[in-house]
Design a protein around this ligand. Structure first.
Ligand SMILES: [Zn+2]
Ligand SMILES: [Zn+2]
Length: 167
């Protein structure tokens, strides 16, 4: 007996969520968190684990990798981001350079949803895969909402609008 596809076991680590089920509420929190840390020059290495759990992140100013609480990153605390980071007076310029690639339009090869209608379709796809599988399609569906995208801010606004409609 052979299986063509080896699906990850249920509850296995995801690139987008760590220890959190892919419910709409958790995905909405993750979109907010990934977008917020992107704006302050951080990137998630592991999935979003929740606000007060250590998150595996990269400092985009100099590539440092380590664990930080989102509840601190959200408030841009501490100002000295980690031991050995670039001097404080260089941060604003580095963050401006990182922000320079952002646009209002997704130009990615695999497009990301930037309207409420498309965001709704993305959440429907996640819900369908959760119920019907295949499990290995779940990360791809989450990626449409959580992968880096030059239009990430517009996408996050569409997700926030979707959240306010559905709650
Ligand atoms: Zn740094
Ligand atoms: Zn995109």
């Amino acid at each position: 007996m052979t299986t063509a596809l080896i699906a990850p076991p249920p509850g296995s680590p995801s690139r987008y969520l760590t220890g959190l089920a892919p419910t709409p509420r958790n995905v909405i929190s993750a979109v907010r968190a990934f977008t917020h840390i992107d704006q302050t020059g951080w990137a998630g290495r592991g999935g979003y684990p929740g606000s007060d759990v250590l998150w595996d992140v990269t400092c985009m100013i100099d590539g440092w990798q380590g664990l930080r609480f989102y509840s601190h990153l959200r408030r841009n605390k501490p100002l000295m981001r980690h031991p050995g980071c670039a001097p404080l007076d260089q941060h604003a310029r580095a963050l401006a350079a990182l922000a320079a690639y952002t646009t209002g339009v997704c130009t990615c090869r695999t497009t990301h949803p930037t309207t409420v209608r498309d965001v709704m379709a993305a959440f429907d796809a996640i819900d369908r895969i959760r119920r019907l599988g295949p499990p290995d399609a779940l990360d791809r569906a989450l990626g449409r909402l959580l992968d880096p995208c030059p239009a990430g801010t517009v996408r996050a606004q569409a997700v926030a609008d979707f959240a306010s409609l559905s709650h």
